[in-house]
Design a protein around this ligand. Structure first.
Ligand SMILES: [Zn+2]
Length: 269
């Protein structure tokens, strides 16, 4: 289900090694995270290398932190090199595409426009004696900050407010649509994924990106329905879209509308 900007490469066939050899404790362990650079398709690309003992394959991910390469703990330099060279054009294309579409970061200052359920709100930063949860009044969102009114503090307060609102709203939408689709999710959680609006696992756990709260309800509903429909059809077959259409007949329109909103590069899976 997960169509991210990501590539998984299986390890080359290597002969299994026995338990002999130097105990891992006696070796110098490589660092878990490293900043590196490589020449890919003629371009000098810096990337973050992460080692994970749980990985069996080399994974490449591109997001607003740039390129991250996750490798099994003991992956050889040769294997890493060959995967990077193999995927060089993919990496360079995706990085360029990402940068071209990168949204302008909002400023968390008084008067700034923020979105909520598809409507613009004016952010009002009010220096106060105490911090208080943001309050929505008409088309204004009042943020009372007791101490610092730095952008970071304001961003945090608004983000927490968004997440609370998202949790309440999404819970209600799931409760409404699940019986209509004849499914019962085991768990509904907020996600902060960078590249996905929603996801669903075979075990019935649905995740919805809190940033959806910025978008019109009809688009939130589309994502809710899409993920719930996966509980009936774990694929994107005609049967899946048929399930979606039972409660959301204009899903194709909403889907393309969702793309046009593109706060970041998200996909619904
Ligand atoms: Zn899907």
């Amino acid at each position: 289900m997960l169509k991210r900007l990501r590539n998984l490469i299986d390890p080359p066939a290597i002969p299994a090694r026995g338990m002999s050899g130097v105990s891992p404790l006696l070796r110098d362990d490589p660092p878990a995270i490293e900043q590196r650079a490589a020449l890919l398709a003629g371009k000098n690309i810096s990337y973050t290398l992460k080692r994970s003992s749980r990985r069996r394959s080399i994974g490449l991910r591109i997001d607003d932190c740039g390129l991250t390469v996750t490798v099994p703990w003991r992956a050889s330099e040769k294997w890493l090199h060959s995967v990077l060279q193999d995927k060089a054009h993919w990496v360079v294309d995706k990085l360029e595409n990402w940068r071209a579409n990168k949204p302008v970061a909002p400023q968390w200052v008084d008067g700034q426009q923020v979105f909520f359920l598809g409507k613009p709100l004016a952010l009002r930063v009010i220096p106060s004696l105490f911090d208080a949860p943001p309050q929505l009044q008409g088309a204004q969102l009042f943020v009372h900050v007791g101490g610092s009114d730095s952008e970071r503090v304001v961003e945090q307060a608004v983000t927490q407010w968004y997440q609370r609102e998202a949790e309440n709203l999404f819970r209600g939408r799931v409760a409404y649509y699940a019986p209509l689709l004849n499914v019962s999710p085991r768990m509904v959680k907020l996600s902060a994924a960078r590249t996905q609006w929603g996801s669903c696992t075979t075990r019935g756990s649905v995740r919805l990106n809190w940033q959806l709260i910025k978008m019109p309800l009809r688009l939130i509903d589309y994502v809710v329905v899409h993920e719930l429909a996966h509980l009936a059809e774990m694929n994107h077959s005609a049967a899946f879209w048929h399930v979606v259409a039972t409660v959301c007949p204009d899903y194709a329109k909403r889907r393309s509308e969702l793309r046009s909103w593109g706060l970041e590069k998200h996909t619904v899976e």
